[in-house]
Design a protein around this ligand. Structure first.
Ligand code: FES
Length: 108
């Protein structure tokens, strides 16, 4: 099996995504959400693993680092992409986040 190649995507200046803020971007037609959980940055695919709900549009907690799917209410851990509550039981993809030259970047 060959290792999957990743692409580095620049999201925005670090100063544009402060603690408690989230941002949804699109990469090759796929929505990806970036969250600033009280200073730590995490990125997940913005598509619920249960029924394709717009996950990142749900209520989220910067302190707990979780987001609640607005469609059926599964609570996802933004650090791991894993659901903590049903009905979703499969994780969503996560993406490594970095900072280069004061800009937030993703490996997708
Ligand atoms: S689509 Fe997200 S919990 Fe059903």
């Amino acid at each position: 099996m060959s290792p999957e190649k990743t692409t580095t995507v620049t999201v925005c200046p670090v100063s544009d995504l402060g603690p408690g803020e989230r941002l949804i971007i699109e990469h090759e037609g796929e929505p990806i959400a970036v969250f600033n959980c009280d200073g730590e940055l995490f990125a997940i695919e913005d598509r619920c693993s249960h029924d394709d709900g717009p996950l990142a549009e749900g209520e989220w907690s910067p302190a707990d680092c979780t987001v609640e799917c607005p469609r059926h209410g599964s609570l996802f851990d933004l650090r791991t992409g894993k659901p903590r509550t049903l009905p979703a039981f499969q994780p969503v993809r996560t993406f490594p986040v970095g900072i280069t030259d004061d800009k937030i970047t993703l490996e997708v």
